[in-house]
Design a binder for this molecule. Structure first.
Ligand code: NAD
Length: 469
């Protein structure tokens, strides 16, 4: 029988006020994965009230005690990783090899922040004789964490773990397409000893749950991951309410291969950089900038490399039907714009919404396929003549999330890294620092940082205390 979830509120499953449920199917297949609640404003009110009621108790815990609970959640996530990975793979269309890595990263967030509960400590500020002054970092209260469908549990944990570590309580809203693993996390957290109400999970769509959550007067901070359009709408509400917001939005990552690079390694690394998760990664390297001297060699190696990648192994299905249609529309746009289809460009004849890894060459940076986030397995290859031109093309984008470069010249690596307008720059690798390094965007890719120790500053605010002795 299909599993039917409730909302997770106050440490237990609760029927949605609407009494209605959304059916979650495997992407592009008839198979039903589960049913999740169709949430509403009433559910938001109940969940926020539960989070608010739990706040005093949770923030009053010694940091080390909060850390112990977070560590226990990490252990339970690992103990259930096979089950969670299968569920994640089913709801999001991921290949069996990828989902376990995402569950492991989800557990690592809790492990990492369990060890950092004391990190955002204050400082003593010298005001001169007769005075003692210091700062402390304090939690906001109820934090809303809103996440998309491409790496559901991973992204939920990326926000939830640091938010809880420093004493906030959370109402999380996963994507309506992929809610199951975030609901399972709430169950696991409760079983691991997280007090009731500290983490609540509401499912439902943007209009019925997402917007009311951001508007709720008792929500004191919003951490959002998703599209620029939704980020802008949420930012507007946050501005109206004067609450802080972290926005992790889209990207159009430039991945630069210089002529002096280890070309075999560069091609090997550049394939997963655009293809992992069927390209549905905000930090993907989707614009491959190649020096003209090695352009043909790189493209030939890329095409040869892609000929060996297996669908269902190296990459999975597109997750939603709308996204499947969107990616196909860009295949047509690329052709209309005069880009040269070098490999791929087809829908695969197999269950699921599969698109063959696609490479367009002869792309110029003014084409829509070079400017707009496609969020699919599509790579645009652009030539450059020298370092200045590479940097200019790389930065000629409204986005600024991730960028990368491949070179054997250490001076060039530092020089170019300094000039790239991006929150993350990868040299001779693509996205190794999954949990420990700060992550976020320049320009329209977002505001604030998740991950690393730095995220803790975005889940706390500073209080200055001065005392006359
Ligand atoms: P989306 O913006 O449509 O939705 C994301 C989440 O926000 C969902 O839970 C949705 O229900 C909710 N939502 C949408 N509008 C809302 C509103 N006005 N108020 C409150 N909640 C709202 O994005 P998506 O289609 O689910 O995900 C794909 C996008 O996410 C891509 O653009 C991708 O680049 C981006 N993304 C960014 C990162 C990052 O860390 N920078 C990571 C993954 C995905």
């Amino acid at each position: 029988m299909t599993k039917r979830y409730g909302q997770w509120i106050g440490g237990a499953e609760v029927e949605p006020a609407s009494g209605e449920y959304l059916i979650c199917r495997e992407p592009g297949r008839p198979d039903v994965v589960c049913e999740t609640p169709a949430g509403s404003r009433d559910d938001v009110d109940t969940a926020v009230a539960a989070a608010k009621a739990a706040w005093d108790g949770w923030r009053a815990r010694k940091p080390i005690e909060r850390g112990r609970v977070l560590a226990a959640i990490a252990a339970r996530l690992r103990a259930e990783s096979a089950y969670l990975a299968a569920l994640e793979a089913a709801q999001a269309g991921k290949p069996p090899g990828l989902a376990p890595l995402e569950i492991e990263a989800a557990a690592t967030y809790f492990e990492f922040y369990a060890g950092l509960v004391n990190h955002p400590d204050g400082e003593v500020i010298d005001l001169g004789p007769g005075m003692h002054a210091y700062t402390v970092r304090e939690p906001f209260g109820v934090v809303a964490i809103i996440t998309p469908w491409n790496a559901p549990l991973n992204q939920a944990c990326r926000g939830i773990a640091p938010a809880l570590a420093v004493g906030n309580t959370v109402v999380a809203k996963p994507s309506e397409f992929t809610s199951a693993t975030t609901l399972e996390l709430a169950r696991i957290a409760t079983q691991a000893g997280l007090p009731d109400g500290v983490l609540n999970v509401l499912t439902g769509d943007a209009e019925s749950v997402g917007a009311p959550l951001v508007e709720h007067p008792d929500v004191r901070k919003v951490a959002f991951t998703g599209s620029v359009t939704a980020g802008r709408a949420i930012g507007r509400v946050a501005a109206e309410r004067i609450i802080p917001v972290t926005l992790e939005l889209g990207g159009k990552g430039p991945n630069i291969i210089f002529a002096d690079a280890d070309l075999a390694a560069a091609v090997r690394g550049s394939i997963p950089a655009f293809l992992a998760n069927a390209g549905q990664i905000c930090s993907a390297g989707t614009r491959l900038l190649v020096h003209e001297d090695v352009h043909d060699q790189v493209v030939n190696a890329l095409v040869a490399g892609l000929a060996t990648v297996e669908p269902g192994v190296a990459y999975g299905s597109i997750t939603t039907e709308a996204q499947f249609a969107k990616v196909q529309s860009y295949l047509r746009i690329a052709e209309e714009e005069g880009a040269k289809l070098t490999t791929g460009g087809t829908v695969l004849d197999r269950p699921g919404w599969y698109i063959a890894p696609t490479v367009f060459t002869e792309v110029t940076n003014d084409m829509r396929i070079a400017r707009e986030e496609i969020f699919g397995p599509v790579l645009s290859v652009i030539r450059f003549a020298d370092e200045d031109e590479a940097v200019a093309i790389a930065n000629d984008t409204p986005y600024g999330l991730s960028a990368g470069l491949w070179t054997r010249d250490l001076s060039r690596a530092h020089r170019v890294a300094a000039r790239l307008e991006a929150g993350q720059v990868y040299v001779n690798e693509w996205q190794h620092g999954l949990v420990e390094g700060p992550f976020g965007g320049y320009k329209q890719s977002g505001v604030g940082r998740e991950k690393g120790a730095e995220a803790l500053h975005h889940y706390t605010q500073t209080k200055f205390v001065s005392i006359r002795l």
